[in-house]
Design a protein around this ligand. Structure first.
Ligand SMILES: Nc1ncnc2c1ncn2[C@@H]1O[C@H](COP(=O)(O)OP(=O)(O)OP(=O)(O)O)[C@@H](O)[C@H]1O
Length: 723
């Protein structure tokens, strides 16, 4: 793309706007002349020659091939084709004539153009000539200008010189004039100054006179002032002297007063000094006394030092004897260790003997416990004839519905048994009978041996049987001294004792409740109704309950808190189901696993502590609805318990060590759970709790009958779960 500046140089507008001055024409003529120099001579000739003479226009060339083609077609092509060809030829001819006319008009146009060009070139030449002329004129003008300039210069110089001269003349005249004027002025001023000076001198003299007068006045004034001042000074001096005198008098007075005071002080100080000297003499005497004491003490110290020396000697002798004693202790300890080792060796023997003793006592033991009465209600007659053992090593209990005066004890024998006519009089015999005044601790003495058996690897089952309110829970779970807390106490005591014999024990606990033949986990943290199934390993004589909480018990205190938790959970359930605790069996299961690191012996025993549901009969309880269902479930499970124990006794009486007799464990959840704690490898203790009240007589008799049935059973000789 061309820039506007390049384009504007040749545009018609730029030509119109350019002013037609001489310089512009000169430039264009110079331009044209330079262009003219660059052109060849032939080109210049062409420009000089008119275009119509120069151009040679040739005829159109289509004419010639048309005549040759026509002769060619006239011989070879068909007539119709020729007609068509003629037609086309005609149209082509017309077209050619049109074209020819167009060409001729174009030619005339070209000629016109060339003519115009020629005219333009002529004009250009004229302009070039004009330009050359103008150049010459300019040169002439330049020369003229130079000449005039020179003349002007000389003129200027002459005029300047003339002017300078004139100026100098004027200046000189002015100078002279000014100097005369100045002289005149100076002279004038000088005369004025002289006059003024004269005047001033006279003024000065006047002034000096005045000053002198004033000085005299001032001097006289000063003398007067000095006189006045000396007078006042004298007066003041006198006044000051007077005041000094006064002050001196005052000082004298003060001096006198101070002297008096000082005298008084000196007297008092002297008195003090006197008292101090007396004190000093007193202290002197004390010091003397102390010196005496000190000498006494010194003699005491020497005595003490002597005793210390003798004591040190005795310490020395004691040290020697201590060394001898410590050696003896070491020997004793060694002996103790040996004894312990021997004890560990003797332990299996001890276990065997202990078990034999338990067997002698009976693998099923029944203890009867009479609850104390707390009301004024009528009591039945209960007689425990002095607690003596009968010919089968049992204690007897005579019970009669006969009225008894409320004496609070049952130790009297009424001779009721000797009266066979008395239909309401019954005699029972058990392994042990605990009267109402027996404490839980007394009862536990009998149970503790079975705890030892459970640690030795036997399955032990402790029941509390009896009607509601007969004291089962009190016997089993009374906080602090129930059979369960005391058993736990005993277990942890024995475990620590057995540690010295090389035994290490682990204790696991579960607490469940059987209510309406359903198992409830009393240690569960969530209240969800998990299903519990009882499973047995008959080879290992082990029983497990699915989905129940098993807690590893490390200490007595932990065991107590577990028991508390179970009791709390049981009471919660009880509240929900209207005193359910009386109508459910609760079972505290303790698994005791022991291992002797010295001899590799292992033992595993289970201790089941069972608080059975109240055993009252349907007729007595007159239960209906849910209560009836509960009572039926209880009765069923309790009678199943009786059946199982009976079957076991039958098995025992057949003298068969191999289990051929069917034992109906499966008939109730309770018996099925206690399968391995009732038969075979087990020891059973049943507490039959009875009420002393006359109104409970029938239930008491029933309980005693059930207990008698159990007591008559002897389980086969058992072996511990030891490996
Ligand atoms: N030997 C006893 N000495 C003192 N109080 C006792 C004794 N035995 C029972 N009691 C008291 O008698 C009441 C009933 O006892 P307990 O609750 O133990 O009976 P229970 O047989 O467990 O009854 P339930 O079957 O309803 O659970 C309780 O208040 C208990 O403290």
């Amino acid at each position: 793309m061309s820039t506007p500046s390049e384009f504007d140089e040749f545009s018609p507008t730029s030509r119109v706007e350019t002013p037609p001055n001489i310089l512009g024409n000169v430039n264009s003529s110079i331009l044209n002349s330079s262009i003219g120099l660059a052109r060849t001579s032939s080109e210049r000739d062409k420009e000089a020659t008119p275009p119509n003479k120069r151009m040679k226009i040739s005829e159109p060339e289509e004419e010639r091939p048309l005549s040759t083609s026509r002769t060619h077609y006239s011989t070879n092509i068909h007539t119709t084709e020729r007609y068509h060809n003629n037609q086309t030829l005609e149209s082509k001819r017309r077209h050619r004539s049109e074209l020819n006319s167009k060409i001729s008009t174009l030619k005339t146009k070209i000629q016109e153009e060339e003519l115009q060009n020629y005219q333009f070139s002529q004009k250009l030449m004229q302009l070039r000539k004009q330009l050359a002329m103008t150049k010459d004129q300019i040169a002439e003008l330049g020369d003229c200008e130079e000449m005039s300039l020179k003349s002007l210069k000389t003129k200027y110089e002459i005029q300047t010189k003339e002017l300078k001269l004139k100026h100098e003349h004027k200046l000189n005249a002015l100078k002279e004039e000014t100097s005369t004027k100045a002289k005149e002025i100076i002279d004038e001023n000088n005369s004025k100054f002289v006059i003024q000076r004269m005047e001033l001198v006279s003024v000065k003299e006047d002034l000096i006179k005045q000053i002198k007068l004033q000085q005299q006045e001032l001097r006289s004034k000063l003398i007067k002032l000095k006189e006045d001042h000396s007078k006042t000074l004298n007066q003041r001096k006198l006044a000051v002297e007077e005041s000094i005198e006064q002050l001196k008098n005052e000082i004298k007075q003060i001096d006198e007063e101070t002297n008096v005071k000082l005298n008084v002080d000196i007297i008092s100080e002297q008195e003090k000094l006197k008292s101090l000297t007396t004190e000093n003499t007193r202290l002197d005497s004390i010091y003397k006394q102390l010196q005496v004491k000190h000498s006494n003490k010194e003699s005491e110290i020497t005595l003490l030092l002597d005793t210390i020396e003798s004591k040190q000697k005795t310490i020395q002798t004691m040290k020697l004897s201590f060394e001898v004693k410590s050696q003896e202790v070491k020997n004793y300890l060694q002996q103790t260790e040996e004894i312990h080792a021997r004890l560990a060796l003797e332990e299996p023997k001890r276990r065997l003997l202990h078990n034999k003793l338990q067997e002698i006592k009976g693998n099923i033991r029944v203890y009867c416990r009479v609850r104390p009465s707390s009301t004024d209600e009528k009591l039945a007659s209960l007689d425990i004839p002095d607690g003596e053992l009968n010919d089968v090593a049992k204690q007897e209990l005579v019970i009669s519905k006969e009225d008894q005066d409320h004496t609070g004890t049952y130790s009297n024998s009424y001779g009721l048994v000797n009266n066979p006519s008395n239909a309401n009089c019954y005699k029972f015999s058990f392994d042990k009978i605990f009267p109402s005044d027996s404490s839980n601790e007394n009862i536990f003495e009998e149970l503790s041996q079975l705890i030892q058996s459970s640690l030795d690897g036997f399955n032990v089952c402790v029941f509390a049987y009896g009607q509601t309110g007969s004291g089962k829970t009190y016997t089993m779970s009374n906080p602090g001294n129930g059979m369960i807390p005391l058993s736990l106490n005993k277990i942890f005591e024995d475990i620590t004792e057995l540690e010295s014999k090389g035994w290490k024990y682990s204790v696991e606990g579960q607490v469940i409740e059987i209510y309406n033949e359903n198992i409830v986990d009393l240690l569960a943290t969530n209240t969800g109704a998990a299903k519990h199934e009882i499973k047995h390993d008959d080879n290992e004589c082990k029983t497990t309950i699915t989905n129940t909480t098993t807690i590893s018990i490390e200490s007595q205190s932990q065991a107590e808190s577990i028991l508390e938790r179970a009791i709390k959970n049981r009471s919660t359930a009880s509240t929900k189901a209207n005193d359910r605790s009386s109508r459910s069996h609760s079972v505290f299961i303790l698994r005791l696993r022991g291992e002797n690191v010295s001899n590799g012996l292992k033992s595993e025993g289970t201790l089941n502590l069972v608080d059975l549901a109240g055993s009252e009969r349907l007729a007595t309880s007159q239960a209906k609805g849910d209560r009836l269902k509960e009572t039926q479930a209880i009765n069923k499970s309790l009678s199943c318990l009786g059946d199982v124990i009976f079957a076991l006794s039958q098995q025992q009486s057949s003298h068969s060590s191999i289990s051929t007799q069917h034992i109906p464990y499966r008939n109730s959840k309770l018996t099925y759970l206690l399968k391995h704690s009732l038969g075979g490898n087990s020891k059973t203790l049943m507490f039959v709790n009875i009420s002393p009240l006359q109104k409970n007589f029938n239930e008491t008799v029933n309980s005693l009958r059930f207990a008698t049935k159990v007591n008559s059973t002897k389980l086969p000789t058992s072996k511990p779960n030891s490996k």
